[in-house]
Design a binder for this molecule. Sequence first.
Ligand SMILES: *Cc1c(COP(=O)(O)O)cnc(C)c1O
Length: 319
Amino acid sequence: MEKTNNTTKLRQHTYVQQLNLTILDNKLYIKRDDLFPYSFGGNKARKAFLFFEDIRRKRADYVVTYGSHSSNHCRVIANLSVRNNLPCLIISPNISTNASFNSTLVNLFNASIKKCELDTVSETIEKELTTLKLKGYNPYFIEGGGHGNIGTQAYVNVFEEIINYEKEKKIKFDYIFHATGTGTTQAGLICGNIINESSTDVVGISIARKEKYGKEVVLNSVNSYLESIGRLSVKKNEINFIDEYVLDGYGSFNDEIINTVKSFLIREGIPLDLIYTGKAFWGMEEYIKEKKITNKNILFIHTGGTPIFFDNLRQVLNG
Ligand SMILES: *Cc1c(COP(=O)(O)O)cnc(C)c1O
């Protein structure tokens, strides 16, 4: 009799595949979280599902979140809200962004958008939540990017899916690379690594933040989660946050990133975008070459952003 019958079998939400591409004799694999089956997938959909479970538990009747209405996060939250018949309010920074596929979708999902200046974000959130409560609602606030222990949990779960894959295929990943932004994805993977006593090196390639702040946020998220499950906290040196490839910050890219996106689509049939996954994949390649990493099993997590791929397509074609 199979042993797994006694334990709850974890569902693999997305699959892992080996790439044709190799770098310095390393075997490269990709976990297709971009194909997570809801609203164009990605890590924001992963996190959002857990937030909506909490929303149901708490019987909340109004969803409030923060983020650019062009973000993957707001697209997914708006979609899940409308699907669950919950009104959704997005508090957005008042910076000019062009219309994008995500912002168009957010409008289609009927979310209301409240713009505010960057220095009044927290008071605007407080004010909106208070107003909703006075009107008799039970609002639920989701931090920008799906930050917080619930978001972290989503990538602890992903780590367990990865471990299951390793067991099934009898391989061990030496490295996991991924694009890191608000840090929750990396925090979840690091916690998963600790909880499962795995020795994988989780390398977050920052797409915007510099190490000083970015690493601090990841560290706080890791320790907040570990504390919530009664485990000891970790130190800064256990977090591999790489800021060497952020260029001029969020949204900046170079010709090498364009070429990475182009050749990846042609050779692998997998879309990467210029803001997150293309930048991180390029950063990973540079990091591997720079550190002369060879003969390892390396997993890249495709964190999604399919609508952004289409926003970028013209730039990629012209580049
Ligand atoms: C938000 C996002 C990230 C970064 O995830 P964090 O958990 O915020 O670090 C990476 N890739 C894509 C496609 C994203 O939308």
